[in-house]
Design a protein around this ligand. Structure first.
Ligand code: NAD
Length: 261
């Protein structure tokens, strides 16, 4: 497969799963637009490294995707640089762990805005380019939490179930335009997002770090292994291939068997 001549925009790609998608897509020759927060020098190094993978271009657009006007600015930057977006991966996301009755209202609003509503905005803005070319791939990093719930993650589970429904609707609307829309639903992947929730989970469940790792995070993952970012990215590459042209509206677990139980 080659994605030469195509442009992929990946939200939240300065770290973790998003950066792995960017590397995998650049590896197939796609131009990539990366987005997210972090140290400016480190991001510039990553951007240059992406360009060296295949010679395709990499653009960094550091907008805050909780703000619709910044999402519009990012999509305009992508269009100005590459004439549009062929592959959209909605991946930016944050987590907060607390009981519902103590859940901070600002954290609820942040998680819904970033993990769910930002995907509506990027998708609505990318669709015209895809329809025009009669080809497109919309991929969401959903989560096992788009299929099942866990306690203390009310906002995250709500946003992830929401994006699964949104994706099915988009798939139906675009079914005759050569554009597919699918969710990838990882179980626990070892990234900063997971590492950062360990202290709050220790507090919420009154557990040690080791107990959180083994009795909470990996308890429900039958393989007893964290998923790797490369395994998630490999699934996205498959969804971009011609072989996956008839997979649309699907929610693909990459979760070591978690949601099979
Ligand atoms: P991560 O923390 O490594 O990456 C999150 C990315 O989002 C970073 O690039 C960060 O800068 C960016 N980001 C944060 N706030 C932003 C904002 N306001 N605007 C733009 N970008 C912003 O996390 P990750 O584990 O790689 O998570 C990526 C996605 O995968 C998330 O949607 C997450 O819910 C999902 N996911 C992760 C796991 C896991 O176990 N790590 C499991 C299932 C699903």
């Amino acid at each position: 497969m080659t994605l030469q001549g195509k442009t992929a925009l990946i939200t939240g790609s300065t770290s973790g799963i998003g950066l792995a998608y960017a590397k995998a897509l650049a590896g197939e020759g796609a131009n990539v637009v990366i987005n997210g927060f972090g140290d400016a020098d480190a991001i510039e190094k990553e951007r240059q490294a992406l360009e060296q993978i295949s010679g395709a271009k990499a653009l960094y657009s550091g907008h805050d995707l909780t703000k619709p006007e910044e999402i519009e600015a990012m999509m305009k930057e992508a269009a100005a640089a590459f004439g549009g977006v062929d592959i959209l991966i909605n991946n930016a996301g944050v987590q907060h762990v607390a009981p519902v009755e103590d859940f901070p209202v600002d954290k609820w609003n942040l998680i819904i805005a970033l993990n769910l509503t930002s995907a509506f905005h990027t998708t609505r803005l990318a669709i015209p380019y895809m329809k025009e070319k009669k080809w497109g791939r919309i991929i969401q990093t959903a989560s096992a939490h788009s299929l099942v719930a866990s306690p203390f993650k009310s906002a995250y589970v709500t946003a992830k179930h929401g994006i699964a429904g949104f994706t099915k609707t988009v798939a139906l609307e675009l079914a005759t335009f050569g554009v597919t829309a699918n969710c990838i639903s990882p179980g626990y992947v070892w990234t900063p997002l997971v590492e950062n929730q360990i202290p709050d989970t220790m507090k919420a469940r009154n557990m040690t770090r080791e107990q959180v790792m083994n009795d909470v995070l990996l308890a429900g993952q039958p393989t007893k292994q964290f998923v790797t970012v490369e395994q998630v990215a490999a699934t996205a590459l498959f969804l971009c291939s011609d072989g996956a042209a008839n997979i649309t509206g699907a929610n693909i677990p990459v979760d070591g068997g978690w949601t099979a139980q």
